[in-house]
Ligand binder design. Structure first.
Ligand SMILES: *Cc1c(COP(=O)(O)O)cnc(C)c1O
Length: 393
């Protein structure tokens, strides 16, 4: 089946969902068994055989299984672990691949809280992290140590938008016996399937485009048979559980991912091309633009571009960016993205980078291009850039 069909049909199960189209919210902790033999059988099937049968609420309910199966089909993996946030998906994926004494490689462009986890808690548990230039590609071989067990990528980075050469990185990592995890939140499994590019684990902050309405937090990790088994062990050992209400919202959001992303892409391209014509703008960070340094890799490995892009100014100042951003009407200032609405945030990664210094003028801005009419979005940005220029003097 094609992707758009999988988005709509994936995980649908008439019998399991009592005939309902969308999965009902099945809440529950305790599952009651008919007999000791029945209880033994359920435990055996759920734990040893990893079958999706009712056993205990933390292990999921039919609400969870529907989304897990839908994501597994979309990503093309063996199974999916749901997590209570996107960040939890990143940390569980890492914990599923390491033990004390191991070394991991993490892209320097990684989502900041993932970095905080690696440099802090992971380090205190005896796992060492080396950050690498996101454009390193097959050159990552030079950073491999005998105890390197994982390469963690994020492509493109959600602040600076570098596209990583996942096939080259995966080939180098596998040669050294290391696994590869990719934070695929920007593209979603609709526009990129990291497992097909050679990765072992694909991570989504479902909070963004899968939920799609800025009203729930969730994460997903899909992987190959071997890689996901490690993640399942780590997640269940840590007590992972996700609210069925949030899973319901994610499944509901998933069904319209195709049409939403098509519109996000169309709108983002329109706004990106307009921004490129502006005298204040040095670069628009958006891999779908011909001029983007990651364009060739994006064209090779991605089926589309989502609605998140960056803007680097020729000359910038905190006051000028504040003058622009504070007066925007259709771009409220906020963390996160991936909902139906436009948003703005600032780009200032200089301080957190350690491997490849970020030399662009700071601050830049990050725009999430929502589903509004682009005429209105552009008019709002146009007024904002006038305020920017005036404040810059
Ligand atoms: C938002 C985000 C996360 C974290 O997701 P939460 O649900 O907010 O915890 C992880 N990775 C990327 C790339 C993100 O943009």
């Amino acid at each position: 089946m094609k992707k758009d069909t999988r988005i709509v049909r994936g995980g649908m199960n008439k019998k399991r969902n009592l005939g309902m189209v969308n999965t009902p919210v099945v809440r529950g902790s305790t599952v009651i068994f008919d007999s000791v033999a029945g209880m033994r059988e359920a435990v055996d099937r759920a734990i040893k055989k990893r079958e999706k049968v009712p056993f205990y609420g933390r292990r999921g309910t039919p609400t969870h299984w529907t989304l897990q199966e839908a994501i597994t089909e979309l990503e093309g993996g063996a199974d999916t672990v749901l997590t209570p946030s996107g960040l939890a998906a990143c940390t569980y994926a890492i914990l599923g691949c390491v033990k004390a004494g191991d070394h991991i490689l993490v892209t320097d462009s990684v989502y900041e809280p993932t970095r905080t986890f690696c440099s802090g808690m992971l380090k205190s548990f005896g796992v060492e992290t080396t950050y690498f230039d996101p454009l390193i590609g097959g050159g990552i071989t030079a950073l491999m140590k005998p105890n390197t067990t994982l390469v963690f990528c994020e492509s493109p980075g959600s602040l600076t938008f570098e596209i990583q050469d996942i096939p080259a990185i995966a080939a180098a990592a596998h040669k050294h016996g290391a696994k590869v995890a990719v934070d695929n939140t920007w593209a979603t499994p609709l526009f990129c399937r990291p497992l097909a590019l050679g990765a072992d684990l694909s991570i989504e902050a479902g909070t963004k485009y899968i939920v799609g309405h800025s009203d729930a937090l969730i994460g997903t990790i899909c992987g190959t048979e071997e890689a996901i088994a490690g993640v399942q062990k780590a997640a269940s050992g840590l007590g992972n559980a996700v609210s069925p209400d949030d899973v319901f919202l994610a499944t509901r959001g998933l069904r319209t991912l195709g049409v939403r992303l098509a519109r996000h892409q169309e709108n983002a391209l329109t706004v990106a091309r307009w921004l490129q014509t502006r005298p204040e703008v040095a670069r628009v960070l958006y891999p779908a633009l011909d001029s983007d340094p990651g364009h060739a890799l994006w064209k090779r490995d991605f089926a589309g571009a989502s609605g998140l892009l960056g803007v680097i100014f020729k000359k910038s100042s905190a006051a000028a960016v504040a003058a622009m951003v504070d007066g925007l009407e259709l771009f409220p200032l906020g963390f996160s993205w991936g909902g139906f609405e436009s948003l703005v945030a600032l780009i200032a990664p200089k301080e957190s980078r350690t491997e490849k210094s970020w030399t662009e003028p700071e601050p830049g801005i990050r725009l999430h291009i929502g589903l509004e009419d682009t005429d209105d979005l552009i008019a709002d940005l146009d007024k904002g850039l006038s305020r920017f220029q005036k404040a810059l003097g």
